[in-house]
Design a protein around this ligand. Structure first.
Ligand code: ZN
Ligand code: ZN
Length: 528
């Protein structure tokens, strides 16, 4: 395909949906309903990256619909997964529940039916808040209703073949000895300790023994119970190496993305789906995992995990969607400090979308407009909104702590940044205010400065730092630019970039005076 040929709305999401469709057509599968799936962890506090999996799968669903197909997102919570370790900030009393399925562990906070549901709910609430629609399914119900029983039967009937293949594909020998199915021990309710060695096909039963096992670096004691479990009636679950395959076949899943941490599992599952279950595996894409930038270091009170809920105290839902739809590859470090640039970038995309910013490269134009539409879940606004620079609001929030929204709104009117107060602007003032209160450090924006500019900036810092307030800061800046042979316009632009991360802003003299000339001098000094 030539580069100029545009698929859908021109983003990676459209390309992916297109490839998926091509593959489905070549497989000759029915296209009446194309299901995409995303797994939700239920064991730990969901990081914003786990939200990413579902948000991106939803993007693919939207792209498929845009191509004229019916599609649905299944959000599957693996709440039969056993608890492996106690998350930071959770009570030690959970220790007695290690290795039990998270849906059988009481919610330590008492607000949900189980520990697992508590964790899933944080994620589902995050999805709701950013506007993602999904069909929710949980492992507990899926197994209890016997929805996977045919697939489990077929897998267990072929367990020796699968055990060998797992060893060949990923070098894990465990399943040559044990079946890839863990019953929940009828005596102690633990999952991975009960390992099954034999499958009685006629009775659909596995025979197991509950014994000591090692999970990660933890030794978990079994209770010694010998038992039998019916795969259609008793609680238990397939090992991850084969479970996706069973689910894909049972739910008819056509697309699922995965992170590189489960690459081996996907490799085996694809083979099991294709060769054992006779269900061509879904189309995949591998995404890079988000790495924590260590936002903790600059935060006063936050814990380790960047959740959607915490993010939404500082940024709007669109900043999350932009983060997740921008790209899918490339390892990405993530922190709350990314919020200001995402908020600004969204405004720029909106300006491109409404033709206020000209983009000469046609491919880039289409892609930017497409990205804007996906960030709006393919339901973009009809009119452009009033933009207020988020970094400007952070700077103003640092000065105005009392009656913040009111006083900042007044400043914005004085500066001529807005024409009238709007609720949406007040909302963004609140977010930026939270950001200013929570984070001390000002992020450093990358700017290339030549010697001439550096000299002019140096001169300006001296004059801003002087004991006596320069009479007219605006004029001082103008004169410094002139005497250094810099176009005043370019010098102003440079200052906006340093202070606000954009090329425009309110009239610079009064603004610098408002946010504190010594402050500004310190900010500039960081670039010298
Ligand atoms: Zn709860
Ligand atoms: Zn046991």
């Amino acid at each position: 395909m030539s580069e100029t040929e545009i698929i859908g709305k021109g983003t990676w999401i459209d390309k992916l949906a297109f490839e998926l469709l091509e593959r489905e057509k070549s497989l000759g599968r029915n296209l009446d309903l194309i299901r995409v799936e995303s797994g939700l962890g239920a064991s730990g506090v969901p990081h914003i990256g786990s939200l990413g999996d579902a948000v991106r799968a939803y993007g693919v669903k939207l792209a498929l619909e845009n191509f004229g197909y019916k599609s649905e997102l299944i959000a599957y919570s693996d709440d039969l997964d056993g608890l492996r370790k106690i998350p930071e900030g959770f009570p030690d009393s959970l220790k007695e529940h290690i290795a039990k399925p998270v849906s059988l562990i009481p919610d330590p906070f008492g607000c949900h039916d189980s520990y697992g549901m508590h964790m899933s709910s944080i994620l589902l609430d995050g999805l709701d808040k950013v506007g993602i629609k999904y069909e929710f399914r949980r492992a507990k119900d899926t197994y209890r209703k016997g929805l996977l029983k045919d697939q489990i039967h077929t897998i267990l009937s072929n367990s020796s073949k699968i055990g060998e293949k797992i060893s060949e594909l990923v070098g894990q020998d465990k399943f040559q000895k044990y079946l890839p199915y863990f019953p929940v021990c009828a005596n102690c309710n633990r999952l991975y300790t009960a390992e099954s060695t034999e499958y009685i096909e006629d009775e659909k039963k596995v025979i197991y023994n509950c014994h000591d096992v090692e999970i990660g670096s933890n030794k978990i004691s079994g209770c010694g119970h010998n038992g039998e479990a019916n795969i259609a009636k008793d609680l238990g679950k397939l090992a991850w190496k084969v479970e996706f395959a069973a689910r894909w076949a049972a739910f008819d899943i056509r697309f699922e993305a995965y992170g590189k941490d489960i690459m081996d599992s996907v490799k085996v599952n694809d083979w099991v789906a294709d060769e054992i279950l006779n269900y061509p595996h879904p189309y995949h894409v591998k995404y890079e995992m988000f790495l924590d930038k260590g936002g903790k270091k600059i935060s006063k009170s936050l814990g380790n995990v960047i959740t959607a809920q915490k993010w939404l105290e500082f940024g709007n839902p669109k900043s999350i969607l932009l983060l997740l739809y921008k790209r899918i590859t490339g390892a990405r470090e993530l922190g709350f400090e990314d919020i200001p640039s995402l908020m600004t970038e969204y405004n720029e995309l909106e300006d491109i979308y409404f033709g206020k910013i000209k983009v000469d490269n046609p491919a880039k134009l289409v892609k930017s407009k497409g990205l804007f539409e996906y960030v709006n879940l393919l339901n973009p606004p009809k009119n452009s909104s009033t933009h207020v620079n988020y970094r400007l609001l952070i700077e103003l929030s640092k000065i105005f702590k009392e009656e913040r929204a009111q006083r900042i709104m007044k400043k914005l009117l004085d500066y001529g940044v807005i024409k009238k107060p709007e609720p949406e602007i007040e909302n963004i003032i609140d977010l930026a205010g939270n950001f200013a209160d929570e984070f001390d450090q000002q992020e450093r924006i990358e700017i290339d400065l030549d010697e001439k500019s550096k000299n002019a900036l140096k001169e300006l810092t001296y004059s801003l730092k002087s004991e006596e307030e320069p009479e007219d800061i605006q004029n001082t800046i103008y004169q410094i630019a002139k005497s250094n042979n810099i176009e005043p316009r370019d010098f102003f632009k440079m200052l906006y970039q340093i202070i606000l991360g954009t090329s425009r802003g309110p009239k610079i003299g009064p603004f610098i005076s408002d946010i504190g000339r010594k402050n500004v001098a310190e900010t500039i000094a960081k670039y010298l």
